[in-house]
Design a protein around this ligand. Structure first.
Ligand code: JEW
Length: 235
């Protein structure tokens, strides 16, 4: 998979080259390229923002650098001949979930456009839709200062679903949200720590009883913490 990121703060993304995703990149499974949007400006001050038409507080990202950058990064179809998926993190987008991550992990080319200030000139989204499939996606119902942190979270969630990135595919199925329930509690040695024992059932060696206990824990935790995830949630 190829992922291009457009940002005025490209160094935010240095962390993505570490550990898990770093391994995927050296293995050639993931081709991640982070670019500075200011590379597509031509004035002396490398300006990316301007005052909003109609007035109001703050600044808006001007369309021209975005148009040139998208022309360069998003106009070629992928090797498989599919147009890119162009993602703009936005507090006004559809909410990102594990299902969104699963869907996006099947694409061969993602382009993330990270806005700043009060957002991006609306015409950029219309223009991007002529080059690929545009998705406005919110990381959650809170306001960040820009799209970078949301993009990093999404790349990490998507990247680990690409075959070969996470070592054991079983660990992908077992974990939180893949089966619609929260995870069961985990324990490791020592068997007693600061007077707190590990639940006895886990030391029993009876795998059927352990599996059933874990499932009960998942259901009970989900009911207590996230009733909205259960079928027939009556809040
Ligand atoms: C988020 C991108 C770009 C995503 C999630 N837009 C906007 C905006 C901002 C501040 C005040 C009002 C509007 C900041 N901002 C972003 C915020 C994504 C941008 C500029 C974002 N929360 N916030 N889930």
């Amino acid at each position: 998979m190829r992922i291009d990121v457009l940002s005025i703060f490209p160094s935010y993304f240095d962390g993505l080259t570490l550990s898990l995703l770093g391994k995927a990149q050296s293995a050639g499974i993931l081709d991640l390229r982070v670019r500075d949007l200011r590379d597509w400006t031509s004035d002396r001050h490398r300006t990316v923002d301007d005052t909003p038409y109609g007035g109001g507080a703050g600044m808006v990202m001007k369309p021209e650098p975005w148009g040139l950058a998208l022309d360069e990064l998003a106009s070629a179809p992928s090797a498989e001949g599919r147009p890119p998926t162009i993602i703009f993190p936005s507090p006004a987008g559809e909410v990102f979930t594990q299902a969104t991550a699963r869907d996006l992990s099947t694409r061969d080319h993602l382009v993330f456009g990270c806005g700043r200030y009060e957002g991006i000139d609306e015409r950029v989204f219309e223009y991007a839709a002529t080059l690929g499939e545009v998705r406005l996606i919110s990381l959650g119902d809170y306001v960040l200062n820009g799209g970078e942190v949301a993009t990093m979270a999404m790349i990490e969630a998507i990247g680990r679903l690409i075959p070969g990135v996470v070592g054991n595919p079983e660990s992908l199925v077992e974990e939180s949200h893949e089966d619609g329930l929260l995870e069961y509690p985990s324990y490791t040695k020592p068997s007693v720590w600061r007077e707190r024992p590990v639940p006895e059932v886990l030391l029993s060696g009876n795998h059927a009883v352990i599996a059933s206990w874990r499932r009960d824990q998942q259901i009970e935790r989900t009911r207590r913490r996230r009733r909205d995830l259960l079928p027939d949630d009556e809040d």
